[in-house]
Design a protein around this ligand. Structure first.
Ligand SMILES: O=C(O)CCC(=O)C(=O)O
Ligand SMILES: [Fe+2]
Length: 512
C-alpha cells in the first residue's frame, strides 16, 4: 500500500518548489492519483528528475533561490507577499523555517509562516504558498480548471513553546515532563539502543516503479512478542518486521511509565471508547534520527491497533530535536488561528500525548540547522525517540476485512475530520490502492458499542466493531470543537447522510 505520506514524499522530491500542503490538496483533487497529480504539476513547474541532492541543487535554478533564502530567510513574490520558505524542499525542509525563526529573534517567538487558505472544488481547503512565488497566471491552466485558486495568501504562525506551562496551556492534551527517567537509566537505554542501531530500519516503499526510503529509521519492541497477536510492522510499512522483546532497560521504562500514567489517571475520567483496563506500555516504536537531516513527516498515529482515543508516551533520548504539532482542521478563513507549535525535546524528556491528540492534531519532527541542534555528550547528533503505546487486543482480534476486496484485506481504523458534518465519526477504511492511485472504496463505519466487553478478547467476530448504519456509528467530538457542536445543536439528527458519506469519501481518500 502506498499511503499519502509516501505519495507526498515522492511529489515533494520532484516538485521541491511546491508547498507540501498544496501538493496534498492537488493530490486530493486528483483523487489520490500520483500520475495525474504529476502530469498536472509538470505543466506548470519544472520537475526535478530524481530526489534532490545537494548536487542537484547546484545545477538548478533552485540554488539561486536557496542562496537567496539562506541569507534573507524570506522571499518576496511579485505581489509583495512574504513567502515563508518552510517545507520548500525536501533536503532543507523545515530547517529553513528554523533559520527564519532564529534570524528574526522576535520577543514573542512568533514567526510568520505563509499559508494560503484557498477554495478548491467548492469544498476543499487548500494551502498553496509556493504557487504564488513561482508565478503563473491562474487562467486557462489545468489547476485552475480543477478549481484551484492560486491567489490571496493568508498568514499562519509558528510558535515555539519552551516551558511546561507554555506547552500545557497551548496544548491541553499534551503533558511535558523533563528528566523523567533516572539519569542512569536514560543514559543506559540510549547507549544500549545506539549499540543496537542495526535494529532500526528505514521504511521502504515503491512509488512510480522506484524504491524509496524514509528519512529516519524505525524499530519495534514488545512487552511480550510471543503473545499470539501476530502483530507485525505492517502499520509502519516495515513488512515482515516482527520486532524485539523489551530489554531490561525498556522494561524499566515501561514500569515507570505505567506508574506515571496510573497516577495521572486518578484525576481523569475515561471516555467509554478508551480501554477499561489499566494503561499498559506493551508496544514501543523506536525512532532513530542519526543526524539533523533525518526527519519524520506530518502524520497522526494510526489507530488500528491502539484504538480510538489512545494515550501515547514518548521519551526523547540523545540530541535535542523539535517536535511539531498542528491541529488537523481549522475554521474556514482562520488558518492564521491554527498555528504550528514547535516544542524542543531535550534528552530524557517525556511527552504524554493524551486521548484526543491523535484525533485532533498531526505531528512531525522537522529537519534542523546544525547551529540549532543541541548535541548530546555521547550520542552527538543522534536522537532516539521511544513511543510507548497500548495494543488493544480486542480490536486486533476482531479487525474487519474489506467488504469489497476479493482477497481478505484487513481494514484500517481512522477518524473523519475534514468536513464539519462528518467530523468525529470513526471508520474502517480499505488501505488498498490501485495502480492508477485510486483507493479501494470498501469501508464500514466503526461501532464501538461492544468495546470493553470481556468476551471480545476471546472471540474473532470480524463485524463486532462495524456497522453500515450511520445512526449506529461511533463518533467523538473534541469539547472545544464549536463548529461541530453547534452543528449538532442546531441541526440534531437532520444532518443528511449524503453529507456524512461525502465527508467519508474525502477522509478515506487521504490517509495522512
Ligand atoms: O520522534 C518523535 O518524537 C515522534 C515519533 C512519532 O511521531 C511516531 O513514532 O509516530
Ligand atoms: Fe507519530
Amino acid at each position: 500500500m502506498i499511503d499519502t505520506e509516501d505519495k507526498l514524499f515522492y511529489l515533494e522530491s520532484h516538485f521541491p518548489l511546491v508547498d507540501k500542503d498544496a501538493l496534498l490538496e492537488i493530490l486530493v483533487v486528483c483523487d489520490g492519483s500520483i500520475e495525474i497529480t504529476e502530469s498536472m504539476l509538470s505543466q506548470q513547474f519544472e520537475r526535478v528528475a530524481d530526489p534532490i541532492t545537494q548536487d542537484d541543487i547546484k545545477s538548478t535554478k533552485l540554488k539561486e533561490e536557496v542562496v537567496n533564502r539562506e541569507t534573507t530567510g524570506l522571499v518576496v513574490d511579485q505581489s509583495s507577499n512574504i513567502i515563508d520558505t518552510d517545507n520548500c524542499e525536501i533536503v532543507y525542509g523545515d530547517e529553513r523555517q528554523i533559520k527564519v525563526e532564529q534570524s528574526r529573534k522576535r520577543k514573542s517567538e512568533i514567526d510568520i509562516d505563509l499559508v494560503s487558505s484557498k477554495k478548491m472544488n467548492a469544498n476543499h481547503q487548500t494551502s498553496l504558498n509556493k504557487f504564488t512565488s513561482v508565478h503563473q497566471s491562474t487562467e486557462n491552466n489545468s489547476l485552475a480548471t480543477k478549481g484551484v485558486n492560486l491567489a490571496t495568501p493568508t498568514l499562519s504562525k509558528t510558535i515555539t513553546l519552551h516551558t511546561k506551562k507554555e506547552i500545557e496551556e497551548a496544548l491541553p492534551t499534551v503533558k511535558f515532563i523533563k528528566n523523567f527517567l533516572p539519569e542512569d537509566l536514560a543514559n543506559d537505554t540510549l547507549q544500549e539502543l545506539l549499540n543496537r542501531k542495526a535494529l532500526f530500519r528505514g521504511k521502504e516503499f515503491v512509488i512510480a516503479g522506484k524504491t524509496k526510503r524514509s528519512s529516519h529509521n524505525t524499530a519495534i519492541f514488545y512487552e511480550n512478542n510471543s503473545d499470539g497477536v501476530g502483530y507485525d510492522g505492517e502499520m509502519f510499512g516495515l513488512q515482515k518486521e516482527k520486532g524485539q522483546d523489551y530489554s531490561s532497560n525498556l522494561k524499566l521504562c515501561q514500569y515507570l511509565l505505567e506508574d506515571k500514567v496510573d497516577e495521572l489517571m486518578k484525576s481523569y475520567t475515561k471516555h467509554p471508547y478508551e480501554s477499561d483496563n489499566k494503561w499498559k506500555a506493551n508496544l514501543c516504536i523506536g525512532n532513530l534520527f542519526e543526524s539533523n537531516k533525518n526527519h519524520l513527516d506530518w502524520h497522526s498515529d494510526k489507530l488500528t491497533f491502539i484504538g480510538p482515543l489512545p494515550l501515547i508516551c514518548s521519551i526523547s533520548l540523545g540530541a535535542t530535536r523539535y517536535f511539531r504539532l498542528k491541529k488537523l482542521h481549522y475554521k474556514e478563513g482562520e488558518v492564521n488561528l491554527n498555528p504550528i507549535y514547535n516544542i524542543p525535546l531535550p534528552h530524557n524528556t517525556l511527552l504524554l500525548l493524551l486521548p484526543g491528540t491523535q484525533e485532533e492534531y498531526k505531528h512531525c519532527v522537522p529537519t534542523l540547522t546544525d547551529s540549532l541542534l543541541d548535541q548530546h555528550p555521547f550520542a552527538k547528533t543522534t536522537r532516539i525517540n521511544l513511543t510507548f503505546r497500548m495494543i488493544r487486543h480486542e480490536l486486533v482480534q476482531n479487525r474487519p476485512d474489506c467488504p469489497k476486496c476479493k482477497k481478505p484485506t484487513p481494514l484500517v481504523l481512522r477518524r473523519m475530520f475534514r468536513k464539519v458534518a462528518s467530523r468525529g465519526y470513526y471508520f474502517w477504511g480499505c488501505p488498498k490502492s490501485f495502480p492508477n492511485g485510486k483507493s479501494c472504496e470498501g469501508f464500514y463505519y466503526a461501532d464501538f458499542s461492544l468495546l470493553n466487553r470481556p468476551e471480545a478478547n476471546s472471540t474473532s467476530d470480524k463485524l463486532m466493531y462495524c456497522t453500515k448504519d450511520i445512526k449506529k456509528a461511533s463518533r467523538w467530538v473534541a469539547e472545544n470543537d464549536d463548529e461541530v457542536l453547534n452543528l449538532i445543536k442546531y441541526s440534531g439528527d437532520d444532518i443528511c447522510n449524503s453529507e456524512i458519506e461525502s465527508g467519508l469519501k474525502d477522509d478515506a481518500n487521504n490517509d495522512d
